[in-house]
Design a protein around this ligand. Structure first.
Ligand SMILES: [Zn+2]
Length: 180
């Protein structure tokens, strides 16, 4: 990953309602834009940003560290699993939605969000992931048989969670196999 991903980025803090926040998330998802949620620490670390120690260090600030107190998930390679309660995001569903044909597009939106979460944990650059991706592409060169976002394979744990939130109707098969 080179540093260009963060070029021209700045931090925008807004005080918004839940509804407004959801609308902003949807807007970003619609445009397929990535974003990074930044925890606001009141007045702390204020000087850190202005020290200008160099680009590579700025980029490190955007990575979310794995938590070594947890076991690594064999699918998403995160500690704990990206679908673990510990990694809960504002947009996570709190209840299961009714089975519906439109759920397929809602699942896509959440795959994008999980893609971003995994991006910030460097999973897409992990050599073990890259090896799995090569193996999957040998089996599925046209990328039709697995669940992809931005040419990356959605891990099984993410697919299972998102499908549990947005199920298909009983007689409708899901698109895309799970890879392991
Ligand atoms: Zn996982």
């Amino acid at each position: 990953m080179d540093d260009s991903v963060n070029q021209g980025k700045s931090i925008l803090a807004l005080e918004v309602t839940e509804e407004q926040k959801e609308t902003i998330y949807n807007l970003f998802a619609h445009h397929n834009w990535d974003y990074k949620e930044i925890e606001i620490k009141e007045n702390k670390d204020e000087n850190k940003e202005t020290n200008g120690a160099g680009n590579s260090e700025d980029f490190d600030d955007f990575l979310i560290e794995q938590n070594d107190n947890f076991e690594e998930c064999p699918y998403c390679l995160c500690k704990p699993c990206i679908t673990h309660e510990h990694n809960r995001q504002m947009w996570w569903e709190s209840e299961i939605q009714m089975a519906h044909i439109r759920n397929s597009s809602l699942r896509k939106t959440d795959y994008k969000r999980f893609w971003t979460n995994l991006f910030h944990r460097n999973v897409w650059q992990d050599p073990r992931y890259l090896e799995r991706k090569r193996a999957a592409l040998r089996q599925d060169p046209r990328r039709r048989n697995y669940v992809y976002h931005r040419r990356d394979l959605m891990p099984k744990c993410v697919i299972e969670l998102v499908r549990s939130w947005f199920p298909n109707l009983p007689n409708v098969p899901y698109m895309g196999h799970m890879w392991e």
